[in-house]
Each structure stands twice: as C-alpha cells, then as structure tokens.
Design a protein around this ligand. Structure first.
Ligand code: HEC
Length: 193
C-alpha cells in the first residue's frame, strides 16, 4: 500500500469505529421519533373516529395493530413497537419480565414525583428503548377515566363487554399509564448511522 492508501484505510476504520455510546444516542433518537410519530397518528385516528361515530366507534382506534405506520416502521428498523402497562385493557399489552422491571421502576418514580425519562438498554443483539406514557389529555379520560367522572357507565359497559379483564380505568390527568417499548435491532441502528 502506498501512503495515500494507508491514510485512507486508517480514515475508513476511524469512520466505521462507532462507539457504544454513539449507538445508544442513535437508539434514543430513533426511539423518540418512532414514539412521537406513532402517538401523533394514534391521536389523529382516535379524534377522526370520535368525529365519525362517537366513543363506541372510536374504541377500536386506541390500538397499534390497526396502523399501517407500525408495519412500515417495523420493517425499516427490524423493530418491535409496543405499548405495555401494569394495568392492561388488552392482555397482549402486559409486559415481559424485562419490561415489567422498567415499568415498576417508572411507577415507583412517578409515585415519588420524580420526573420520568426515556431509557435505553441492550437486550441480546438489540436495544430496548422505553418512554413513559402519561394520561396527558382529557380525551383519554372518556375511555380510561374514573367511572362517573370522565368515563360514563355506557362507555364502561361497552369496554367491559369487549375486554372483560379490563384494568385500564380510574385514571386522572397526569397519571402514569404505561410505556412505549421499542425494540430495535443493533444492526439496523448501526446501518442508519
Ligand atoms: C375511545 C376510547 C379510548 C380513548 C379515547 C383512549 N383509549 Fe387507550 N385504549 C382504548 C382501548 C379499547 C384499548 C385497548 C386496545 C387494544 O385492544 O389493543 C386501549 C389501550 C391503551 C393502551 C395500551 C395498554 C392497554 O391497557 O392495553 C394505552 C397505553 C392507552 N390506551 C393509552 C391511552 C391514552 C394515553 C389516551 C389518551 C391520549 C387513550 N388511551 C385514549 C380505548 C381508548
């Protein structure tokens, strides 16, 4: 190799040598944007459904599975995008053991009025990004609120008939509801850098 080739080779290696910290930062970045985009779409769908057919019609729209956006994000980042909670409406949204620990930590912090922040941790060959979900909007209360306050008997009846094991009511504004759980493949994250 001549000098120029050697210089280029060293340069290339430097470029490719990405540190763990840099990957974690990228995971935060991707995780935040996925959570934000998904939340926006979810909220848009919910509001549109409420406008079209009221609460009863909208009940089917607080669900990630109905969103084409999720499919495409899952494909791009080889991701697994979920919302999990300790008090589930849909039992599919109950946490796995890793998620459960993080949820419990968030719940504990929330009780102590510690501000909650997002978190990234390695899980096998992947990274798990989590971000707390709070009841931050009066809209949520019509299906997750306290019975007789935000939540009417009628709505509660419809919800309980679809979700007999529902535990996701009784919330007030500011309550800790659950978290985004976004598992990203390390390979895809590095490719995106
Ligand atoms: C029109 C009724 C309705 C409204 C309004 C609503 N939700 Fe839901 N929510 C549901 C239903 C139904 C499910 C279960 C969806 C499923 O089967 O996947 C659910 C599930 C969830 C879940 C997943 C965890 C679980 O318990 O299954 C979270 C988190 C959540 N809602 C948060 C919110 C937040 C935050 C708001 C306000 C922005 C909100 N919801 C507004 C009806 C609603």
């Amino acid at each position: 190799m001549n000098n120029e080739a050697v210089r280029k080779e060293i340069e290339n290696r430097k470029i490719k040598k990405i540190t763990e910290a840099e990957i974690m930062t990228k995971v935060h970045e991707i995780g935040h944007s996925i959570a934000l985009e998904t939340k926006k779409t979810l909220s848009k769908n919910l509001r549109a459904a409420l406008g079209h057919g009221g609460i009863e019609h909208a009940i089917g729209f607080c669900n990630l599975n109905a969103m084409p956006l999720i499919d495409s994000l899952n494909r791009v980042f080889d991701a697994e995008i979920r919302r999990v909670t300790l008090k589930a409406r849909n039992p599919d949204d109950l946490p796995d053991p890793v998620e459960k620990k993080i949820l419990e930590a968030y719940a504990y912090q929330w009780q102590d009025s510690v501000p909650l922040s997002s978190n990234v941790q390695p899980v096998d060959e992947n990274y798990l990004f989590t971000k707390p979900i709070l009841i931050d909007n009066a809209l949520c209360l019509s299906c997750h609120g306290v019975l007789g306050e935000g939540l009417t008997e009628a709505t509660n009846g419809i919800i309980k008939s679809k979700y007999p094991a529902d535990r996701a009511t009784g919330y007030r504004i500011g309550d800790f509801r659950g978290m985004w759980s976004i598992l990203l493949s390390k390979k895809k994250v590095v490719q995106a850098m």
